[in-house]
Ligand binder design. Structure first.
Ligand code: ATP
Length: 366
């Protein structure tokens, strides 16, 4: 069992800089929970408070029901893997992994058993005698993880562990860490600013902004039901299209953009909340992947002929940029042969995949 609970946790740095505001969250036993958000939103500070590296200004942190606020980092039974790996350059891989255990006065046999086992899990057996400078980025990253594993901690904390790796290695290590999580059945709190990492690795995701938690849910629920404009725009790549406009009532309910160059009829049984926003400013959201050039007949679609501003062929798909009046759209469509700016193409909006947000407070309208 290893459950971490944060209750109303805040951090105020000197000079009244509020880095973390009343954070409430639970990392369930064996869960991989990802904290994600833009730079400066308080992710690292939150993680460091759990590790005991940063004092908690107010609130409580519990591990398995035990209050740990006053415990020193080394008494917390929590291991942290840092962004820069923090390996000792003059020590071999073996000694780097053994160091923490030596400090805690484990026997030579026990240390050997744990380091050998971790090296096996992480495929580092052939590197144990090397120093960090003789390792690749991915191997160094694995040593840093190994140093955490050997301690058999209750909880693992990861602070952007993949950000120093090149794009290809990052994808590979993402899968490695997910496999490791399953194998160790570990409780993991993982920090990243990369929404793809969050979506692919997390059992659940915590989206943070300006020190506060905006939404906690599974990756798919966050993708399908973002609670506000920030979460909707942060999760998903390319990001969701946002079109400012209002809801008007004719024979149907309708969304019309600000300069009236774009409109869609709305099914008020599907989008029940919009009835309360008639005449008010709202933002319509639609993800680029819900605009097609090659529609499926079973979908409820609205067809438009548009003029391409830019088209980016990606091989398996094409990213299209176009606009209606002042409203800019991005669509992610089936690959188009040699698309040219200025060319006219038919595109289709999936009317079952619209999102609406109040312009006043940015909250989703449901
Ligand atoms: P990044 O992804 O850039 O690391 P983050 O989301 O992890 O960002 P934090 O490092 O937790 O953000 O920082 C949150 C806020 O607290 C920022 O405004 C930052 O400038 C501030 N901050 C962090 N450390 C300190 C410190 N030691 N003293 C004062 N302010 C700090």
């Amino acid at each position: 069992m290893a459950e971490v609970v944060l209750k109303d946790v805040s951090k105020v740095y000197e000079g009244k800089n509020i880095a973390v505001k009343n954070v409430n969250l639970t990392v369930k036993d064996k869960e991989f929970l990802v904290l994600v958000g833009p730079s400066g939103c308080g992710k690292t500070t939150t993680l460091r408070m759990v590790a005991g590296l940063e004092e908690i200004s107010s609130g409580e942190i519990y591990v398995d029901g035990k209050l740990i606020n006053e415990l020193s980092p080394k008494s917390r039974d929590i291991a942290m893997v840092f962004q820069n790996y923090a390996l000792y350059p003059h020590m071999t891989v073996y000694d780097n992994m053994a160091f923490g255990l030596k400090l805690r006065k484990y026997s030579k046999e026990e240390i050997n058993k744990r380091v050998t086992n971790a090296a096996k899990i992480l495929d580092l057996e052939s590197c144990l005698k090397r120093k960090p400078k003789a390792l690749s980025g991915g191997q160094r990253q694995r040593v840093a993880v190994g140093r955490a594993i050997v301690r058999h901690p209750k909880v693992f904390l990861f602070d952007e562990p993949l950000s120093n790796l090149d794009a290809k290695l990052r994808v590979q290590m993402r899968t490695e860490l997910s496999k490791l999580h399953n194998r160790l059945e570990a409780t993991i709190l993982y920090v990243t600013h990369d929404q793809t990492e969050a979506m692919t690795m997390g059992d659940r995701i915590v989206v943070m902004k300006d020190g506060s938690v905006n939404q906690i849910d599974t990756p798919l629920n966050i993708y399908n039901f973002p609670v506000n404009l920030f979460v909707a725009g942060f999760i998903g790549s390319p990001p969701m299209n946002f079109i400012n406009g209002k809801i008007i009532e004719t024979e149907n309910l309708k969304f019309v953009n600000d300069d009236k160059s774009f409109s869609v009829d709305l099914d008020s049984n599907r989008y029940t909340g919009i009835k309360n926003h008639i005449g008010k400013p709202v933002v319509l959201g639609i993800r680029p992947e819900n605009i097609y050039n090659n529609p499926d007949d079973n979908l409820i679609l609205k067809k438009h002929r548009i003029k391409l501003e830019v088209a980016e062929p990606m091989g398996n798909e094409t990213i299209l940029y176009f606009r209606f009046g002042n409203s800019q759209f991005i669509a992610r469509v089936h690959a188009i042969e040699k698309p040219r700016p200025g060319e006219e193409v038919d595109i289709y909006f999936n009317l079952n995949k619209l999102h609406f947000f109040s312009l006043d407070d940015g909250k989703a309208i449901r």
